[in-house]
Design a protein around this ligand. Structure first.
Ligand SMILES: [Zn+2]
Length: 101
């Protein structure tokens, strides 16, 4: 064997919380935790933008999270509503299906 490995200590990161960028509240879902009480689900909307050449934010990536009520507030200010999908669970996996509202 010509490859020699050494043990290194690695630090792993675990998601602790998602904070809403608008109101500052936690986006934790109170109904989703494992047997130890560890939260296993967060409910949030993610806004992400990659700003390209010629914009005021040239080359920047912006990312923000919104809780459900802040998401509803922001969406209510939009003239065009977002596409809404239902997730259908099938033997072949979870697939989105568009929903008319
Ligand atoms: Zn919020």
């Amino acid at each position: 064997m010509t490859e020699i490995y050494r043990q290194v200590q690695q630090t792993t990161m675990e998601l602790k919380d998602i904070i809403c960028n608008r109101c500052g509240k936690s986006c934790v879902s109170p109904h989703h935790s494992d047997q130890t009480g560890k939260v296993t689900c967060y409910e949030s909307a993610t806004l992400m933008a990659n700003w390209g050449y010629g914009t005021d934010k040239d080359g920047e990536t912006h990312r923000a999270n919104l809780c459900e009520s802040c998401y509803d507030y922001v969406i209510s200010a939009c003239g065009i509503k977002p596409n809404i999908y239902d997730y259908v669970i099938s033997p072949h996996g979870t697939k989105p299906s568009i929903k008319d509202r």
